[in-house]
Every structure is written in C-alpha cells, then in structure tokens.
Design a protein around this ligand. Sequence first.
Ligand code: GTR
Length: 406
Amino acid sequence: MPEPKPPLTDENRVPAYTLPDSLRFQDGSPVASPGDWPRRRSELLGLFQAHVYGRPPRPRDPAGMEVISEDPSALGGLALRREYRLRFAPAADHPGVHLLLWLPRDRPRPPAFLGLNFHGNHTVHPDPGIHIPTTWVPDWGDTAASGHRASADGRGSMSRRWPVETILRRGYALATIYYGDLMPDDPERLAEGVPGLLPAPAADPSPDAPGAISAWAWGLSRGLDLLLREEVVDPERVAVIGHSRLGKAALWAGALDERFSLVVSNNSGCGGAALSRRTFGETVAAINHRFPHWFCRRFRDYDDRETDLPVDQHQLLALAAPRPLYVASATEDFWADPKGEFLAAVHAGPAYRLFGKSGLGTDTPPNPGPSIGDAIGYHLRSGPHDLLEADWRHYLAFADRHFARG
Ligand code: GTR
C-alpha cells in the first residue's frame, strides 16, 4: 500500500466540496416530514453499512452473565460499584466481556452514561476491587501495560478521562466496558475477540464485511442490553459516549441503536464526527492505511476520492436525530479536524429541524470554552486530544437539560 499524502494543515487549502443532502431520498425526492424520516434513516444506515463501517454483527444474548465483584459502599459511600462478566457462545476460551458499573446510592433507576474505555476497567479508577483484563491491551506506554498484558500498576492511570465521583455526585450512573474485551485493536489479532463477532477476512472477503468499529459499537449495545435487563438505570435516559476511535464507535452505536437516548462524540475525528470531504488532518486514505481493520474493505475505495463517497459524516450525526447529540473538539487536535467536526454538527441540523428542533443555531465556530447549541451541543476545549473533566461538565449539563425535558 502506498504511503498516504502528508496531512493537510492549512485551512486555505481545504478543497471546495458539496455535501450529500440528508433530507433527500436517493431517488432525489425530498424528505418533507418526520414521517419520511424512518425510510431516509434506513437508506442512510444502509449506505454507512455498505461503504464505511460494514454490516453490523447481529445482536446476541450472552450465554452467561455473572457479577464478579460488588461494593455497596464505593466512592466513600456515594455509590454501589458492581462488575459483570458476560460470556458469548461459543466462548470456551474467551475471557469474557467486563462491564463496570457505578450506581448512585440515593437515586433509584438513574440516568446513565455508557462508554468504552481504552486500557481496561482497572485504569478508570484506582479502586483495587476492579478486574484487570487478561485480554489484549494496547501498549502505548501510558498505563503500565507491557507486551500487551495489563498490570496492577495501571490502576487508575486513565482516571483523568473518567471523573467518576463528579458524574455520580450529579446523580448519573456510569457504565464502562473495556474495548479490548470485545475486539483487540490489532488487525493481526481479531480472532481473539468475542467469538464469531468479526468474520476472518479469508472467510468473508466481501466489501461490506464489518470492521472493528462495528464490533465495538456492537459491544455498546450489549452493554445497554445488560443495563436494561438488570433494570438498574432509567431505560429512557441512557447516553452513549466515546473518545476518539471509541467516539467513532459511540456514534455508530448511537446511529444503529435508537435505545440510546443521547449521543456524545468526544474528539472522534475522521470516520467519526469530522467531515471526510475537507481532507484536513487525518484523511480516509491515512486512516485506512494505519488502521486497515477499523472500517469495511469498501471504504478503501474512497482513499483520496472522498467526493465519491455517497455519504459524509454529518449524516452519521444526523442518524442520532431527533435525539440530543453532542460533539466536542479540542484546539490542539488538528488531526481530528475540529472545524470539520463543528461543520458536521452544523450540517446535521436539517435533520433536527425536520422535527422542529434547533441544532447549533450558528455556522460560526465558537471560541474555546463555552458550550453552544440546543438539540445539538458543541464545545471546543482548549488543549490536546483527550477526554477531560472540562468536557464531562458540558456533557452533564447537556444531559441534565435534555433528560429533565423527558
Ligand atoms: C489516532 C487515529 C485517530 C483517533 C486516535 C485515537 O491515531 O488516527 O483516528 O482514533 O488515534 O483513537 O486516539
């Protein structure tokens, strides 16, 4: 595969482009009322499946579920902490999928945030009772993992991304699943994921065979199944959230699974919230080159040919409509194209207006700091590519506002 071109970093060199219209059926007829939306929604889902993420793996019930630990008085008495292990058949040699949950002790059936984490549940919070994964983990030098094996030294090492006490104190439950339990983020090790979740390339060379993002999105829906089956959270108020590649997965999960009542994309960039046609920062060619296992094979047809894509990412955002949607960027995150993420949120607006809702209400990018918008929210945080408490404070306020409306 040839090396992709150097990234575009100069806004003045962004090419002119025309975005595909979310409010037009493929035959050119207009989408005129909310009653037309389900059919347009399924057209758009079909296009994202065929050209971008691949066919979603079918939903499955776990063959078994156990509670592997529980602390009724975690976080200094603020919450109950519980960890579940799900096993999917035929699962003989898979260590299982671990979902970590905190429930506020003073609020039955609370609203909840559900998101995947990058390094293992034990990195989310230093609590020594949390399971350490035995599945593949990334070895990026930031969590004490070595040789793709997690270690106890990594406990709490990613807690800056998960302000658990703040979230619980605000009355929300927090649930998280370690993404590597679902599917290792390594094209050579996909066979170690949940059995049968992704077909081996040799077994299914079709252009729309799913990639890892679809596997991670599948896991988010299985996490939601669990929360609903256990009746521990408010079924009408579960938000799906994700950062970066896991933000791509959260958006795809939110698009596919309308049981998610609110969708949050944090710095999700190319293949997430950023418009592909801007070719700014990470491009389709660059992402397919570095991460050949994330998308379906047909997505590679659009390397350096973004204008031929039948969709763009504002339509992935539109697939959340009319549910509340939040997109966030960071000033130093040029690779994810903050302006492209903002513009995709702007251009998701028409799908919301179809339902009489207003989106961002402006097409001028805001200054760093404040949160803008109504049914679609957006902020640009000062600083690097990351998910931080400053982002969470906006998500919590946005969720408060929308979940209170009922
Ligand atoms: C980068 C990748 C991005 C983003 C990021 C992340 O290397 O190019 O698309 O997903 O990783 O997940 O942190």
